[in-house]
Design a protein around this ligand. Structure first.
Ligand code: ATR
Length: 274
């Protein structure tokens, strides 16, 4: 029987993860099965425990269970610890290990697929929820010259900045928080939307002129042209949605589980055409 993996979420019907992992398995000659698991909102832990009992080797975790997965894991990788959330679980003799591949996914998509180095760039991160927390450290680790966090609730952005300062790990990056309207007059090379506003088609109140010449606007949401991406395009920025990040975070999870790194370019094209 092939090794079994799953993505656990609620809702889960829309998930593209099984198609992605099946394509990776085909392309790398690995034999595995990957299914969607709908966990009841109040039974994430029970769901994981029964999957372990059934012999599953690992799982991806999506909305709304990334924090519960973080709490459940009996060991965490450094990047899961930094993110404060877990999107990849490994089940083995050591118990449940929690990792987070989201940050690696966005960094790889921007640098390798879109060919835009983050090093030395001015980066604006919009949002201060779980999605923003998940990518903050991996982006900082690429040594941008400046990282500004902006958020509707400014306090949350200030808390994220303070945490980074207290850790003292990225002393060479200038890290600041500003309210949306205080971004007036500033310019960025890479602007990442990590808010959930794409879901509700809400336009963020960003000032005009924040995109430097040739800037990239990246929306972590995928599969729809969000108001943020439309705004950025009108301002002359290059735009990308989060499909590449989705595929790259999956590739990183596949690598952790199987020890083989799948080629993502072929999958990228076929998923986009679905
Ligand atoms: P996720 O796990 O997707 O990050 P979250 O932790 O609920 O979800 O965070 C949602 C993010 O989207 C937050 O940064 C939130 O801003 P607040 O911290 O002010 O709530 C942002 N967001 C959601 N709706 C928004 C809106 N209409 N305008 C601006 N920001 C919004």
């Amino acid at each position: 029987m092939p090794d079994r993996y799953a993505v656990i979420g609620n809702p889960i019907a829309h998930s593209k993860s099984p198609i992605i992992h099946e394509a990776f398995a085909r392309n790398t000659g690995q034999s595995l099965e990957y299914i969607k698991v709908l966990a009841p909102l109040d039974a994430f832990v029970d769901t994981v425990q029964s999957m372990i009992a059934e012999g599953f080797k690992g799982a991806n975790v999506t909305v709304p269970f990334k924090l519960e997965a973080f709490q459940l894991a009996n060991q965490l990788t450094e990047r899961a610890h930094d993110a404060g959330a877990v999107n990849t679980l490994i089940f083995n003799e050591a118990g449940i290990t929690g990792d987070n591949t989201d940050g690696a996914g966005i960094v790889r998509d921007i640098q390798e697929n879109l060919h835009i180095p983050i090093t030395g760039k001015r980066v604006l991160l919009i949002g201060a929820g779980g999605a923003a927390e998940g990518v903050l450290h991996p982006i900082l680790a690429c040594s941008p010259s400046l990282l500004v966090i902006t958020n509707r609730t400014l306090d949350k952005a200030l808390t994220m900045v303070k945490k980074v300062e207290d850790q003292g790990e990225y002393r060479f990056v200038s890290v600041n928080a500003y309210a949306f309207h205080d971004l007036q007059g500033q310019q960025f090379d890479i602007v990442v939307n990590a808010t959930s506003t794409g879901l509700t088609d809400t336009l963020l109140p960003l000032p005009l002129g924040i995109f430097a010449k040739g800037a990239l606007a990246y929306d972590m949401m995928y599969g729809r042209d969000t108001p943020f991406l439309r705004f950025a395009r009108e301002q002359g920025a290059k735009v990308a949605d989060g499909l590449g990040m989705l595929i790259e975070q999956a590739a990183e999870a596949f690598y952790i589980w199987r020890g083989v790194r799948p080629k993502t370019s072929i999958v990228m094209q076929s998923i986009r055409n679905l």
